[in-house]
Design a protein around this ligand. Structure first.
Ligand SMILES: [Zn+2]
Length: 133
């Protein structure tokens, strides 16, 4: 009698354990999700702090930070290089005056009229030098 009662108690406890464990698991995954969310928020804030430092204090004499700032500058230069490669492939340049996209073969910006190319290419002027002799 005692044995069966104990067994019954054990079984129902096992059932409760499973239910509890399932609840625990979902609690844990919810908490892990919250942790990830907070970690992402921290990472975002770190990058904001870093950006602020980079934009305002990158010339200060913190050797470790200077190195990191330089790596950002190098990455930015690479990005500019890749961008200009894309521009060459697309045959489009940005107007240095108004930043509008214009064809790389255009002589003037279609948006603001800025002169993109020197026109001296068409005029031959080497004959003036040889005429001296
Ligand atoms: Zn322009």
């Amino acid at each position: 009698m005692d044995f069966f009662q104990k067994l019954g108690n054990t079984l129902s406890n096992t059932g409760k354990d499973i239910a509890k464990k399932t609840k625990d698991m979902s609690d844990i995954s919810r908490l892990n999700h919250e942790i990830t969310k907070q970690q992402e928020a921290i990472a975002k804030t770190y990058s904001q702090i870093g950006k602020f430092y980079f934009e305002n204090y990158s010339e200060l004499d913190y050797p470790e930070l200077k190195e990191l700032c330089n790596s950002i500058k190098e990455a930015n230069q690479k990005i500019e290089g890749f961008k200009s490669e894309i521009i060459q492939i697309k045959g489009i340049i940005n107007c240095p005056n108004c930043n509008a996209e214009v064809s790389s073969t255009a002589a003037f910006c279609g948006s603001c009229g800025y002169k993109l190319k020197d026109e001296t290419v068409d005029t031959p002027n080497e004959s003036t030098d040889s005429s001296k002799e």
